[in-house]
Design a protein around this ligand. Structure first.
Ligand SMILES: *Cc1c(COP(=O)(O)O)cnc(C)c1O
Length: 224
């Protein structure tokens, strides 16, 4: 294992310790690789993180190709294939470029985006992103518009498997009410997946019922 992979494996052990401390050993950890190169994705996969999150369409397309290329030279590097999660804000005109590459869409925040995804990736699995910031941040669908978004997504043939939320960046405890609301909303729709919690607040997210955490800097180090 090269030093980069060893470092990521070490950080992953620390993340797993944090998760275990709050009873989160069955949580899916997504390695958020934005700003990090394809080599980091391979290193994460070697350490056992095969769920990878990307936030920017352009970067995602390039990195996906770079990972494929690295693997074509050394297929044995990775025991199981990467599952790609698109987690960032998304313009409709970028959907077509990434539709064939995404395994789970986390950021479906408006009906027009749901319709566009259904057009280019029929039957795709999605999470609906809900605004849990409690402020007018435009990070997700307002809770009172979730019903309409849900109907559009389901009618378009998408598999809505859960909800995703991002709190405003503050101290972890400040995120708790938003996380709790997201879990309650997911339960009310009988959705199994709740994607919430990042490097700084994953304990609080797990305590409030996250099933997926999205971890960037705690795994890959500080972003450039
Ligand atoms: C960057 C990002 C993350 C990871 O953030 P860290 O604080 O580095 O863990 C998680 N979710 C989304 C949507 C992101 O854009």
């Amino acid at each position: 294992m090269n030093s980069h992979a060893a470092q990521i494996a070490e950080r992953l052990a620390a993340v797993n310790d944090r998760l275990r401390a709050v009873g989160g050993e069955n949580i899916t950890v997504i390695g958020v690789a934005k700003s990090f190169p394809a080599e980091a994705v391979i290193a994460a996969a070697m350490a056992g993180i095969t769920d990878i999150g990307e936030s920017y369409a352009q970067e995602f397309v390039a990195k996906h190709a770079a990972v494929d290329e690295l693997l074509s030279d050394a297929p044995s590097l990775m025991a199981s294939p990467v599952r790609w999660h698109f987690i960032g804000g998304l313009q409709r005109n970028k959907v077509r470029k990434i539709a064939h590459l995404v395994d789970l869409w986390h950021s479906v925040d408006r009906p027009s985006l749901a319709t566009e995804i259904a057009k280019h990736a029929p039957g795709a699995s999605v999470l609906l992103q809900v605004d849990i910031s409690g402020e007018d941040q435009k990070k997700g669908c307002p809770p009172d518009e979730l019903d309409a978004l849900m109907s559009t997504a389901v009618d378009a043939g998408l598999q809505v498997v859960g909800l995703m939320g991002m709190p405003i960046l503050a101290e972890p405890e400040a995120a708790r009410p938003g996380f709790r609301m997201l879990r309650e909303l997911a339960d009310s729709y009988e959705l199994s997946e709740v994607s919430m919690g990042m490097s700084g607040d994953l304990e609080v997210a797990v305590e409030e019922g996250a099933t997926i955490v999205r971890v960037g800097s705690a795994l890959f180090g500080p972003r450039q």
